[in-house]
Design a protein around this ligand. Structure first.
Ligand SMILES: Nc1ncnc2c1ncn2[C@@H]1O[C@H](COP(=O)(O)OP(=O)(O)O)[C@@H](O)[C@H]1O
Ligand SMILES: [Mg+2]
Length: 280
């Protein structure tokens, strides 16, 4: 199913998420992207078209992956959704707002944890609530609970330099969730981790998502990661990124490591590979 240019416009669009979730309590999908295009102006060079005419809907509580080859425009799309950069044209609406600047109720996780080395683990996690002046006992309790959910109880007073890369990324995940964001945006969050840690982190993300009911948009170039995690996989073409397939991964949650070895899983991987043009 391709949610192309004709999709969107609040009507019966071809959306991301299963049909029964197509309508939110407000009657509108949580996130709505219509004909999004991004052109980067470059001095001394032709303008670079990164994103071409991408339309889809994002439904509340769903995990959507943006899957595509390196350099196709995934980070650009995520940055547009996060309000960090503006689309050249098209509609970007999330939670009823035209997103054109960073939103306080979003959480973002990048490939690198980017922790502040001079702050303890707990203080790093609390940073987003501190800058919103929402600190206080409730926030501290939430931070401690999140750290426990990611298996970091007892590390609250430790400094980032004493943690492995995987542990640091778990802290970054807690930091992105501490203010209870409406949308969690993740850009190749496990890309810098070794394979085993990466698979552990995937399970951790699914557990946290089940507990927090967060809506998640995650960028990856790993087919298996996209299928394992997602309700829906939006497959992007080579640059300029267009939406070439929208895969509803019907595998039930909770997903288990053995899910990866089922014929259904392989069939979804194959479909994604075909959309990317790397298998037939
Ligand atoms: N600020 C920018 N100015 C010019 N070109 C950019 C800028 N940001 C990204 N690009 C280009 O846009 C294309 C898509 O980049 P990106 O979204 O980072 O790809 P991906 O995340 O899929 O690897 C690349 O060719 C990249 O060089
Ligand atoms: Mg990227």
């Amino acid at each position: 199913m391709i949610a192309g240019a004709a999709a969107g416009r609040w009507g019966p669009s071809v959306g991301i998420g299963r049909d029964e979730f197509n309508v939110e309590p407000t009657g509108r999908p949580f996130g709505h992207f219509d004909a999004v295009r991004k052109v980067f102006a470059r001095s001394g060079h032709e303008p670079l078209v990164a994103i071409e005419n991408i339309s889809f809907d994002l439904h509340s509580g769903k995990l959507v992956s943006l899957l595509g080859p390196s350099g196709c425009g995934k980070t650009t799309f995520l940055r547009i959704a996060a309000g960090l950069i503006a689309a050249t044209s098209g509609i970007v609406q999330i939670n009823g707002i035209d997103v054109s600047e960073p939103q306080p109720d979003f959480g973002v996780v990048f490939q690198q944890p980017n922790l502040m080395p001079w702050r303890s683990v707990l203080k790093n996690v609390l940073f987003p609530v501190e800058i919103r002046r929402e600190g206080g006992e409730e926030a501290v309790a939430r931070a401690i609970e999140l750290l426990s959910l990611v298996g970091l109880s007892g590390f609250e007073r430790v400094y980032p330099a004493e943690l492995s890369g995987g542990m640091q990324q778990r802290v970054a995940l807690c930091r992105a969730l501490v203010h209870q964001p409406k949308l969690l945006l993740m850009d190749e969050p496990f890309g810098a981790l070794d394979e085993l840690t990466r698979m552990e982190m995937q399970d951790l993300l699914l557990n946290i998502r089940a507990k927090t009911k967060a809506t998640v948009m995650l960028v990856t170039h790993s087919i298996s990661e996209a299928i394992y995690l997602s309700d829906t996989v939006a497959v992007f073409s080579k640059r300029p990124a267009t939406l070439v397939d929208c895969i509803e991964v019907g595998l039930p949650y909770p997903r288990k490591p053995e899910t990866r070895y089922t014929p259904a899983f392989t069939a979804f991987e194959h479909r994604a590979g075909c959309a990317l043009g790397i298998t037939r």
